[in-house]
Design a protein around this ligand. Structure first.
Ligand code: PMP
Ligand code: GLN
Length: 388
């Protein structure tokens, strides 16, 4: 393995899902639903397979999907993107993130992201030869410190002569914390982006999965941001088809062109029948995603109550698949070690939050639980938690 990839090892999700398989434990680790998404989208995919949509897609993605993505951004957020030059379909959001960084960054340029950080960001920045600077969100509120964000952009506190960052890679709704950044926070972020002439890449894969009437606000909708923001999302989360790996980015043609320039040599263009099915889903996304968000919210509440009853200090989750719970009140000092014992002890797999932090000591006793599972599975997990 090349030196630039060695620090990243095997992902925590792969490790913990393998542990769940080996032990037969309930997997509340890796975030994937344990039920299929809408049957009509499975049918649309099958129909596309049967009707000859089985060759390479055009590089940008099948036209029906690009039009559906542009329509979704216009209807839902009032964002205008060109279906040809302003949309690029990718192999999941993961490829969109990597392609955007590979297509935009010069060696040594800095990217600022929130810490805890989704695991692919560090590796993608490293592959692109960039430098990752992180701004920590601290439990239990996980509020964004705009002063710390601006300092990271300017490179304050680091050794040597510091360059200003070129890119902000922002994730909201945020994995793993479950935070949905507020309008006030996003206005502060937008101000910093404009003042420091940053490109924003926004990971909005959980855009539909917000709870209690919370609003997801794309950064691109804020003043001064539409021309400097590449917005990323994915059908995996919106429609519960994480294995389809149909994602996309949209925004100004110059930014989309950069991602496309890299993407064409990573994977070129595939998943053609699935792209057709996702186009169908996006034409009327809320009909599928609103009931999903309601089910997830109910699961969140059930799991939160179970965790509280078991003695955890539970952080609030405003969106995503995830909730975080502090195991310190149970006498746990090292959640990473505790999570590795949990399958054998209690038949549950969860992820230590430290896996997402640059410095594991930032959240040594915090545990991330996924609630994107059937209600009876959540109930069984709660019953098991009551016995630990
Ligand atoms: N970003 C975040 C924040 C995620 O949680 C995930 C996956 N769970 C991804 C990106 C990757 O999305 P995809 O599976 O579409 O590549
Ligand atoms: N996004 C999922 C999670 O956070 C994992 C996806 C993956 O395994 N790459 O759990």
């Amino acid at each position: 393995v090349a030196r630039r990839l060695r620090p990243f090892g095997t992902t925590i999700f792969t490790e913990m899902s393998a542990l769940a398989q080996r032990t037969g434990a309930i997997n509340l680790g890796q975030g994937f639903p344990d039920e299929d998404g809408p049957a009509e989208l499975v049918e649309a995919a099958a129909e596309a397979l049967r009707s000859g949509h089985n060759q390479y897609a055009p590089l940008g993605g099948v036209p029906e999907l690009r039009v559906a993505i542009a329509g979704h951004q216009r209807r839902r957020y009032g964002l205008e993107v060109d279906p040809d030059d302003g949309v690029q379909v990718t192999f999941g959001a993961t490829e969109a993130i990597a392609a955007a960084l590979l297509g935009l960054l010069e060696p040594g340029e800095a990217v600022v992201a929130l810490d805890p950080t989704y695991d692919s960001y560090g590796a993608a920045v490293a592959l692109a030869g960039g430098e990752l600077r992180r701004v920590t969100l601290r439990a239990p509120a996980f509020a964004l410190d705009l002063g710390a964000l601006e300092a990271a952009v300017r490179g304050v506190g680091a050794a040597g002569a510091r360059q200003e960052a070129r890119v902000l890679l922002l994730n909201s709704p945020h994995n793993p914390t479950g935070r949905v950044l507020s309008r006030t926070e996003l206005e502060g972020v937008a101000r910093i982006c404009v003042e420091h002439d940053l490109i924003a890449i926004t990971d909005e894969v959980y855009e539909h999965l917000v709870f209690d009437g919370a609003e997801h606000i794309p950064l691109a909708t804020l003043p001064g941001m539409a021309d400097r923001t590449l917005t990323i999302s994915s059908a995996g989360k919106a429609f519960s088809f994480t294995g389809w790996k149909i994602g996309w980015c949209s925004g100004p043609p110059e930014l989309v062109a950069a991602a496309r320039a890299a993407k064409q040599f990573l994977t070129f263009a595939g998943g053609t029948p699935l792209q057709h099915a996702v186009a169908r889903g996006l034409d009327d996304a809320e009909r599928h995603t609103a009931p999903l968000a309601a089910r997830l919210q109910a699961n969140r509440d059930r799991l939160a109550a179970g965790l509280r009853a078991a003695g955890f200090a539970v952080a609030h989750s405003e969106g995503t698949y995830f909730i975080n719970a502090d195991a310190a009140p149970l006498g746990v000092a090292d959640a990473a070690a505790w999570c590795r014992e949990l399958p054998a002890r209690a038949g549950i797999v969860a992820i230590p939050a430290s896996a997402f932090h640059a410095d594991p000591a930032t959240a040594p006793t915090l545990v991330r639980f996924a609630f994107c599972k059937r209600p009876q599975v959540i109930d069984e997990a709660v019953a098991r938690l009551a016995r630990i």
